[in-house]
Design a binder for this molecule. Structure first.
Ligand code: 13P
Length: 250
């Protein structure tokens, strides 16, 4: 039985004081024990507030990026050890917004991912096709390539620390969700790619999330799919009642 993991990706939203207020609000909407694992991936400047306000709750803290070097002349970047010491447990790597706007490639995703693991972080690695790629019928090829390159050099043992998020680019922030059939099929394709690298036992144990306009209304249907083990949620994770509804849809 795979666990269900619901993660909020706050993107570039919320100051530290706003983060504290939102986390307090989310906590009010959650039970002491939740079936799903809950993560909030916050901007770097919100990490201290998030760690402080999630203490003693079921909510774990994630960051949204990490650099591949342990330290050095990389102005504006943050290392794995900086995140770990700040109390961060997870990091999102390879989000399509990083690939699209900040020159992230399959290779730098792999570099960041292996550095994150070496530094003691757990990873949510994002893969997903663009609208053109879906319309050209190459969705499977794209997500398999992204998955395989992202995982290059990752040991079977370290796969326990990896969550893969399938996020079709055309569904992100558009209000246009993949149908549950499309999402389940893509997550199944990713699972088969993991199986081809690590065998079926590890593939069956790997958590694969769907992300892209998941909300309080559509979460239940998506999360009921065989290959979808959770959600990576943008907009709806910024509203405490909606985020809680998604968590309770598992
Ligand atoms: P939305 O839920 O706002 O579509 O964003 C999804 C996403 O990019 C999560 O990483």
């Amino acid at each position: 039985m795979r666990k269900t993991v619901i993660a909020g990706n706050w993107k570039m939203n919320k100051t530290a004081s706003e983060a504290a207020a939102l986390i307090e609000d989310i906590k009010k909407n959650l039970n002491a024990e939740e079936k799903a694992e809950v993560i909030v991936c916050v901007p770097f400047t919100d990490i201290a507030a998030a760690v402080e306000h999630t203490k003693g709750s079921v909510i774990k803290v994630g960051a949204q990026n990490v650099h591949f070097a342990p330290s050095g002349a990389f102005t504006g970047e943050i290392s794995a050890s900086m995140l770990v010491e700040a109390g961060v447990e997870y990091v999102i790597i390879g989000h399509s917004e990083r690939r699209q706007y900040f020159g992230e490639t399959d290779q730098t995703v792999n570099q960041r991912l292996t550095a994150a693991l070496a530094g003691g972080l757990k990873v949510i690695v994002c893969v997903g096709e663009s609208l053109d790629e879906r319309e050209d019928g190459v969705t499977s090829e794209i997500i398999v390539r992204q998955t395989k390159i992202a995982l290059k050099g990752v040991s079977a043992e370290d796969m326990k620390k990896i969550i893969i998020a399938y996020e079709p680019v055309w569904a992100i922030g558009t209000g246009k969700t993949a149908t549950s059939e499309q999402a389940d099929e893509a997550c199944g394709t990713i699972r088969a790619a993991v199986a081809s690298l690590y065998g079926s036992e590890i593939a069956e144990a790997t958590v694969i999330q769907y992300g892209g306009s998941m909300n309080a209304g559509n979460a239940k249907e998506l999360l009921a799919c065989e290959n979808i083990d959770g959600g990576l949620i943008g907009g709806a994770s910024l509203k405490a009642p909606d985020f809680a509804t998604i968590i309770h849809s598992c």
